[in-house]
Design a protein around this ligand. Structure first.
Ligand code: NAD
Length: 469
């Protein structure tokens, strides 16, 4: 990526606040026409997303380079291919995921049929963050459209190139009345949140999530909150250290650690800490060379404010590799820290950057206690070949998801629900879970002629029931 692309921030554009209301009204009007309910319309929209991904990949790559200094290969993998796979999967199963499901009727109800109808919720608001700015808007959009909703999309103002690209491309490929884009930051989002949506899907940090939830509560609007937090990793001596180090280097330093499910910190035993740190350092050198600042496959921090915040965390321990930053270039070196205390600055909040602290505990039970003493993580990772250790993690911890012997790849398994628990979020999506999130599951009961216990001897219901029992 040429330096000038990385260092030329795109100017952020906002939708005028008065136009925000018109976007919401228009999107709601599109739902009211009823057209979004038909499977044909839903299929057309999903095909539209597929065409957009196929024809506009270069524009998406360029926006990713400008906002996050990402190279084309990384951008293609995380922002284009992953979304493409979700659309294809959804198109393939659309009919099955949206059709009525028959359910049994108990004898006491008499002759009757029952089924569950998945209905669209109406008009939904999707608010995206800056770290995977395209992916994290489009993934929920797929579920919302597959479920037959109209949608207002609000990209993050902190990724202005992607925001502008989304605003330009979406109307070209999708029903431009039913899917509208509002660009902007706090002011525009605050205005959006004044409207009564049928669902709000928010991805971002917990502080803003509380604002979104409070605004939604005024209209009793349900919310899905995809948040973050500190995702821990446990490694014991039964694990293949090189394989673990390779997985961690990829998971922690891709996108410069600005990934919601990135391994945040590492827990291991005292004996393993140093050899593990050295192995991670060796793999890091192999991945990014002696000068990661000029490595083609190493990105940048989203802005100087975040780079400054991260630079302030670098002295929380002894740097085995990295430990440097150049804030004006939004550069923070891939860093591994040893001798980190639980009360150090780097352990106080989600790092969201390329700094990997290693802390020591006595054994895996010590790790479980450490994890359970903190807010429930979005992702929990354990590298171990011991079944009893896996069982203890499964039985004694709570987290959005749990992944053994790899990191991040759980996101590619669309048959698994993706979401947090407690402070790491509320609700889930991906694959059929997305369709369920953006649908109302309505219970439908139809009485048939024939046996009807409520009519027994024209007596009150309680009498009739007593007769049967
Ligand atoms: P961000 O700053 O882009 O904010 C997210 C969205 O909230 C933006 O669209 C922004 O305009 C809006 N917003 C900001 N302030 C607001 C306010 N006062 N009122 C209303 N809306 C407001 O992104 P971020 O929060 O820095 O994102 C990083 C966080 O998101 C991390 O904690 C990360 O772990 C989490 N995250 C979670 C997931 C997930 O899928 N669970 C994915 C990515 C990121």
């Amino acid at each position: 990526i040429p330096a000038e692309v990385r260092s030329t921030p795109v100017k952020q554009v906002s939708t005028p606040v008065a136009a925000v209301d018109a976007c919401v009204t228009g999107t709601k009007a599109a739902f009211t026409t009823g057209r979004t309910r038909s499977l044909d319309w839903r299929r057309d929209q999903l095909q539209g997303i597929l065409r957009l991904l196929e024809e506009q990949a270069p524009a998406i790559h360029a926006a990713m380079a400008a906002d996050l200094g990402k190279n084309d290969v990384d951008a293609h993998l995380t922002e284009v291919l992953s979304v493409k796979s979700e659309v294809k999967q959804t198109l393939k199963h659309l009919e099955r995921w949206t059709r009525n499901r028959s359910t049994s009727v108990p004898f006491l109800v008499g002759s009757a049929r029952a089924h569950v109808q998945r209905q669209p919720l109406g008009t939904v608001l999707i608010i995206g963050p800056w770290n995977y700015p395209f992916h994290l808007l489009l993934m929920p959009l797929i579920g919302a459209l597959a479920a037959g909703n109209s949608v207002v999309l609000k990209p993050s103002e902190l990724a202005p190139a992607v925001s502008a690209t989304v605003a330009e491309l979406i109307p070209q490929y999708l029903d431009a009345e039913a899917v509208q884009v509002v660009e902007g930051g706090v002011e525009e989002t605050t205005r959006l949140l004044e409207h009564p949506f049928d669902h709000i899907f928010y991805t971002g940090n917990g502080t803003v999530a509380a604002i979104v939830m409070a605004a939604a509560a005024k209209h009793l609007t349900p919310v899905t909150l995809e948040l973050g937090g500190k995702s821990p990793v446990w490694i014991d001596s039964s694990a293949d250290l090189t394989a673990a180090a390779e997985s961690l280097v990829w998971g922690k330093f891709s996108n410069c650690g600005q990934t919601c499910v990135a391994p945040d910190y590492l827990l291991t035993t005292l004996e393993l800490a140093e050899p593990l740190a050295q192995e991670i350092a060796r793999v890091t050198r192999r991945a990014f060379g002696p000068e990661p600042a000029s490595a083609e496959n190493y990105g940048r921090i989203i802005n100087e404010r975040h780079a400054q915040r991260l630079a302030g965390l670098l002295d929380s321990g002894r740097a085995v590799i990295g430990g440097t930053a150049k804030v004006s270039d939004r550069y923070v070196a891939p860093t591994v820290l040893l001798d980190v205390e639980p009360d150090s600055a780097v352990m106080q909040e989600e790092i969201f950057g390329p700094i990997l602290p290693i802390l020591t505990v006595t054994d895996h039970q010590g790790a479980i206690e450490f994890i359970n003493a903190r807010p429930k993580p979005l992702a929990l990772y354990a590298f171990t070949e011991r079944e009893e250790v896996r069982e203890d993690f499964l039985a004694q911890t709570s987290s959005g998801g749990i992944t053994f012997n790899t990191v991040l790849t759980q996101l590619a398994v669309s048959t698994l629900p993706f979401g947090g628990v407690g402070a790491s979020g509320t609700g889930r999506y991906h694959g059929e879970y997305s369709v369920a999130t953006f649908s109302h599951e309505r219970g439908v009961l139809r009485k048939l002629p024939g046996f009807d216990p409520t009519r027994l001897a024209k007596a009150p219901i309680s009498w009739g029931m007593r007769k049967i029992l």
